[in-house]
Design a binder for this molecule. Structure first.
Ligand SMILES: [Mn+2]
Length: 322
């Protein structure tokens, strides 16, 4: 069993006292975040709990194929007197947008995550170094002997497929693939989910890719390649430019700088070498995984670019010398 009996007992213990549950995830949620939230939503409803999923940001069309996604609320459910909060896919509680609305001292917090830098902020912490929260929930449901319906299988399969780059990244293990196989047996349609995720682009997405190609900078000497997207263009797009630029061969680290507000920049980093982008991101208040991480900076895009690229050059250079 992948999840130890102690973990299962701990969560079971908290659930035995729960009645009304709130599920939240990180800001700028992706398909692992929302797919996992909905899988848990369906599962907990089935187990007899009252459940709500709250995401402070409206969800765009890429999520529309996830069963019951319309039940995700964007406004904080003020009148819903929940006792327990599940926080999914967030290494720190601060990654949940508008988290100050949740009176943490009065609620039981259950933290379920797969980021190695998770701060174990919950009353219960189910944190495993695994491909996705989708895979983690799959093992949790199996461990609990909870049935996985077609709806749940669809949500979990999509979540795992997303975080593994369609079962291709280095976080994909034989166990991940076995879980995915089981989910297809349980009713997830791999082809339909693929079409929803990868053959569902809009013109705005292509415009963003064009902008990314036009603003692609390669520093061959340092092994760095990056794209920068200024003036909040593309924040309504569903394209992950980082998945485009990572296709470039011959670079150690690839990045995307996305301006999300006047002085707010989102930086995505991927390692294509042994360089640990999670440790690097932590220097700037970010985090994530060794091969994939992110940073939010309260800077202009020009300053963010300079700070990050200068620091990165320096680190890559010192690695070369050592
Ligand atoms: Mn994830």
């Amino acid at each position: 069993m992948l999840i130890s009996p102690d973990y299962l007992a701990d969560i079971q213990d908290h659930l035995s006292r729960a009645k009304k549950i709130l599920i939240v995830t990180h800001e700028f949620p992706d398909i692992d975040a929302i797919g996992s939230s909905l899988a848990l939503y369906h599962q907990l409803l089935k187990q007899g709990y009252q459940v709500k999923v709250w995401s402070a940001q409206p969800l765009n069309h890429i999520f529309s194929f996830l069963p019951a996604v319309h039940n995700v609320v964007n406004d904080y459910p003020r009148d819903y007197e929940y006792d327990t909060v599940f926080v999914l896919d967030a290494s720190h509680f601060s990654r949940v947008r508008h988290n100050h609305k949740i009176p943490v001292d009065e609620k039981t917090i259950i933290n379920i995550d797969h980021h190695s830098d998770n701060s174990h902020f919950g009353d219960a912490n189910l944190v495993l170094d695994i491909s996705s929260v989708g895979e983690l929930l799959y093992h949790l449901f199996k461990g609990m002997y909870w049935d996985i319906t077609k709806e749940i299988a669809t949500c979990l399969y999509a979540a795992i497929s997303f975080d593994t780059g369609r079962f291709a990244y280095s976080n994909t293990t034989a166990i991940t693939l076995a879980a995915a196989s089981d989910l297809v047996t349980l009713g997830a349609s791999s082809y339909k989910i693929f079409q929803e995720m990868d053959e569902n682009k809009k013109k705005a997405d292509f415009d963003l890719m064009k902008l990314g190609f036009e603003n692609c900078i390669t520093l061959d000497e340092h092994g760095i390649a990056y794209m920068k997207i200024p003036s909040q263009r593309g924040t309504d797009s569903t394209i992950k430019l980082i998945d485009v630029i990572r296709q470039l061969s011959g670079y150690k680290v690839v990045l995307v700088f996305q301006e999300v507000d006047k002085k707010k920049v989102k930086v995505n980093l991927r390692s294509k070498s042994t360089f640990d982008v999670s440790a690097f991101a932590q220097r700037f208040g970010g985090g994530g995984h060794i091969m994939a991480s992110g940073i939010f900076m309260e800077e202009t895009i020009v300053d963010a670019e300079k700070m990050i690229i200068d620091a990165l050059k320096e680190e890559l250079e010192s690695k070369r010398e050592s």
